[in-house]
Write a protein that binds this ligand. Structure first.
Ligand code: ADP
Ligand code: MG
Length: 256
C-alpha cells in the first residue's frame, strides 16, 4: 500500500517510549490497520538504516519478528509503520500477576506458566538467530519489545534501532528504564571491547527472569550508578532456590 500520502486515521494510543509514541492507525484508503511509531531525534545514520529496504524486507521472512511495512518522514519525525499486535510482554505479565503498574506489588502468587515461557523463549531465540545470520544485533531486548497477539503469536520488535538513536544510553535512563544491558556494554574493557550478539543473550536472560519472577531482577538501587555497578560486579541474577520452576528452566537461565 502507498503510505506516502499519509492519509491515516488514528484509532488509539498504544504506548510511549523514550523516543516517541506508538499509535494504532488505519490507512484510510485501504482500511489496513497498523502500528505507527513516531520517533524524534534520529541520527543521520539512523535515517539511512531505517530506510534500508533490504533489511526491512528480509525480516518479513520470519514469523518471530514484527513485520515492518516501511518508514517515512512526517512532521519532522521519523514514522515507522509496522504490524499491529495486541500487547507487549511487560504489560501482559503485569496483568497476569495482578499488578496495576510497574511498581505495584504482585497479587497473583501462581508462577507464570512455564509452557508460555517456553513459547516466548522459542520465538525470541528464533528471531535473534534470524537477525544474527544477517549480522544484525538487536541491542534492545526487553519485555516491552516482545509483542503478542490473540492468535498466540510471539514476536520481537524494535531491532537495531536503538544503536542509531541520539544518545541512546542516556535516554534509556531519562525515561526511567531499567538496565537490561550486559556488563560489557556498560563498562567496555580491553578484553571485552564492545558489543556482540552475546549482549543480546544477556538481555534476553534478564527478560525471561523478569517475566518468571514478576519484577526486574535487580532491586531498585538508590542511584542509577549503583544499579549499573551491581550489573557489572555481581554474579548474574538467579531464580530463588525455592522457586517452583523446573530444573530445566533453572538450568536454562543459569546458562547465559
Ligand atoms: P518501549 O519499547 O520502551 O516500551 P516503544 O516506543 O517502543 O517503547 O513502545 C511503546 C509501547 O507501545 C510498547 O510498550 C508497546 O506496549 C506498544 N507497542 C509498540 N509497538 C507495538 C505494535 N507493533 N503493536 C502493538 N503495540 C505496540
Ligand atoms: Mg519498543
Amino acid at each position: 500500500i502507498n503510505i506516502e500520502d499519509k492519509t491515516i486515521d488514528v484509532i488509539k494510543d498504544l504506548g510511549r517510549g523514550a523516543y516517541g509514541i506508538v499509535e494504532h492507525v488505519r490507512h484510510t484508503e485501504s482500511q489496513f490497520e497498523m502500528a505507527l511509531k513516531r520517533i524524534t531525534a534520529v541520527s543521520q545514520e539512523g535515517k539511512r538504516f531505517l530506510m534500508d529496504r533490504d533489511v526491512l524486507e528480509q525480516t518479513r521472512e520470519s514469523d518471530s519478528i514484527v513485520k515492518y511495512y516501511g518508514a517515512l518522514f512526517g512532521e519532522g519525525d521519523l514514522w515507522v509503520f509496522m504490524e499491529i499486535m495486541d500487547a507487549s510482554l511487560d504489560k501482559f505479565y503485569r496483568k497476569y500477576y495482578g499488578m496495576e503498574n510497574e511498581n505495584s506489588p504482585i497479587v497473583t502468587i501462581e508462577p507464570f506458566p512455564e509452557s508460555v515461557l517456553g513459547k516466548i523463549a522459542e520465538n525470541v531465540v528464533s528471531a535473534l538467530d534470524f537477525l544474527y545470520k544477517r549480522r544484525i544485533i538487536h541491542r534492545d531486548v526487553k519485555p516491552s519489545n516482545i509483542l503478542i497477539n490473540v492468535k498466540g503469536q510471539v514476536k520481537l520488535c524494535d531491532f537495531g534501532i536503538s544503536g542509531y538513536l541520539v544518545n541512546s544510553i542516556a535516554r534509556t535512563f531519562d525515561a526511567g528504564c531499567k538496565p537490561y544491558m550486559a556488563p560489557e556494554r556498560i563498562n567496555p574493557s580491553k578484553e571485552n571491547p564492545g558489543y556482540d550478539i552475546r549482549s543480546d543473550v544477556w538481555s534476553f536472560g534478564i527478560t525471561m527472569m523478569e517475566i518468571a519472577i514478576g519484577q526486574f531482577p535487580y532491586p531498585q538501587a538508590q542511584t542509577l550508578f549503583d544499579q549499573l555497578k551491581r550489573v557489572c560486579k555481581e554474579d548474574p541474577p538467579k531464580l530463588p532456590e525455592n522457586s517452583s520452576y523446573s530444573d530445566s528452566f533453572k538450568d536454562f537461565l543459569a546458562k547465559w
